[in-house]
Design a binder for this molecule. Sequence first.
Ligand code: NAP
Ligand code: MN
Length: 265
Amino acid sequence: MKFTVKSRGDDFSNTLQQRILQYLLDFGLSHDEKEPEMVITVGGDGTFLQAFHEYCNRLEDTAFVGIHTGHLGFYADWVPDEVEKLVIHIAKTPYQIVEYPLLEVVIRTNNEEIPPERHLALNECTIKSLDGSLVSNVEIKGDTFEVFRGDGLCISTPSGSTAYNKALGGAILHPSLASIQIAEMASINNRVYRTVGSPLVLPQHHTCLLKPMNDKEVQVTIDHFTLSHSRVKSIQCRVAEEKIRFARFRPFPFWKRVKESFIGG
Ligand code: NAP
Ligand code: MN
């Protein structure tokens, strides 16, 4: 099997990365940074997100597993003490694959010559105005739902629902629900401006189309990276056809990870 190991870049993670690399080479596996079948990350969820984007053009052939070194580690759910156990699992035992849904984002500009930009997000896409409030038409399944006015909107995946979405008061969704969630950031609500106010959960095939209404520059984020756009016509969000594949070597149910990450014990 071909594998690669990605590190956050701090000394501790780098040392662990080298140890894992050597162990797996000793077990006869081959190191392939270009076309790995397994991507092992050492760091935190940030490191995991970076690795996901590095290999998101070959998701069907890639399984991910993460180790967290001092960070939260919602995706990266192995600890450094378990590394020996983990490498033996990787080298010797057939593993299960668990798939989680992703968010597809298509950005279209007013310039016809620029082709639409397509992105996949593991956590979320956010849209904010760089100058004043964001004013955006929100369409769901082809019908106008509301005009949003406020700081911005966050459209998240179920596994991303514990990240930015959670800070916005969104619900935590189990990743077996192929869906996306729209959460508001400080909407303006009064006699003149009205939004629904509650987070919305859309099933597969229900597309959400955001059309910024003022001619201002908007900032779009996809997971950890920021895109700036001056002439956005629309941002289309829906559940992606692609899924992320996790290599599972032991049961570690989602709700248990939620409990350990946010309640403790
Ligand atoms: P960061 O600022 O270091 O990440 C913020 C925190 O979110 C870190 O503790 C990170 O864990 C954690 N995290 C990432 N994905 C998560 C998930 N699916 N469930 C629970 N926690 C998660 O930046 P980053 O590490 O590059 O992560 C980018 C993410 O930060 C974005 O996708 C967004 O969700 C989140 N974010 C949150 C807020 C907010 O809550 N107000 C604002 C901006 C961005 P690690 O420490 O293990 O990396
Ligand atoms: Mn981080």
